[in-house]
Design a protein around this ligand. Sequence first.
Ligand SMILES: *Cc1c(COP(=O)(O)O)cnc(C)c1O
Length: 373
Amino acid sequence: MNKPKKLILTAGPSIGQKEIAYVTDAIKTGWNEKSYWYMRKFEREFAKYIGVKYARTTTGGTGSLWLGLAALGIGPGDEVIIPEITYFACSDVVMLLGAKPVFVDILKDTWCIDPQKIEKAITKKTKAIMPVHIYGNPAEMDEIMHIARKYKLSVVEDACPAVGAVYKGKKPGSFGDIGAFSFQGAKIMVTGFGGMIVTNDERLFKKILYLNNHGEDEDKKFWQTSVGYSFELPNISCALGLAQLERIEEFVAKKRKIFDWYHERLGDINGISMNFERPNTRSIRWMSSIILDRNFDTDRDKLRIRLKDEGIDTRPFFYPISMFPMYKEQNTPVAHHVGLNGINLPSGLNLTLNQVDFVCRKVRKILKVARRK
Ligand SMILES: *Cc1c(COP(=O)(O)O)cnc(C)c1O
């Protein structure tokens, strides 16, 4: 394959006839008494797929995390433990509620929060742990739930990039008090923007519904008893979401195949590491990634620029969040190494073997490692 005419993008959904049919139907029929038809159907099917009792659509993963923390009563004076490497939505929602994010280092292999370091970060003010299933790889939920029970902490799982992942037979998002998912356009299943909040706790679910209805009194229309939110996803978007959900296993298989293609072509390079998967887990390989663990001829940022020149788009890893000016930089060596030396390679669902082959040849050339035998 020669230099592509169009940039090979890092993400991109698979949209087919089913999506078009459902969305068309929603536009035609989804009004008046059918205004919520795709919303409620999408929620029921999503809850069933994840293995939880309750699910509610939201405007996105960020909205789900925000609403979840609010429903748990997190506020000023509270601390929430989050991993250093995650999307800054996690720290934003903690800050927006007036609480304090406490950043904890990650594991070198899974890139998820390090359970042993969680315990060290717990104080009298700690109210919740927010594990993140980063890039679709499950966090160590057994250890995390054990710590949460021991210290009586709530758990809000950021499963935004992990629809379809499996940890010891159960889906991420179903372990904690709250699970948050995202269907933003770069994720494995998309609704444009959009998300879902899930829980097994009926009381908590009622609180979520109440807060997400602006805190309106249940019996007295337009009478408000708390300030609240309004984070629901339109019926038309839910039609798209439902169609995508019905195809989720196909998407997971493709993501995993893309990773295997990369691993076959880059996995032998001395000094890079790639996505890891523990036994008894299924990562959805949302973003196939490499980390430069030693000095190559080029650093991470130069590698990205040179790949761009070849028509290949990449993303840097998430930075350690404590590096941002709102926070005090933490001593989190693993997160600093991974966050400053990792890139996400093109991982869109429509990627072809030829494209992956092209990307890998360019990566090897720029890193000056010999061609594969
Ligand atoms: C995508 C993502 C989010 C945010 O989801 P939105 O739907 O864009 O709000 C949060 N956390 C992680 C880890 C994500 O990957």
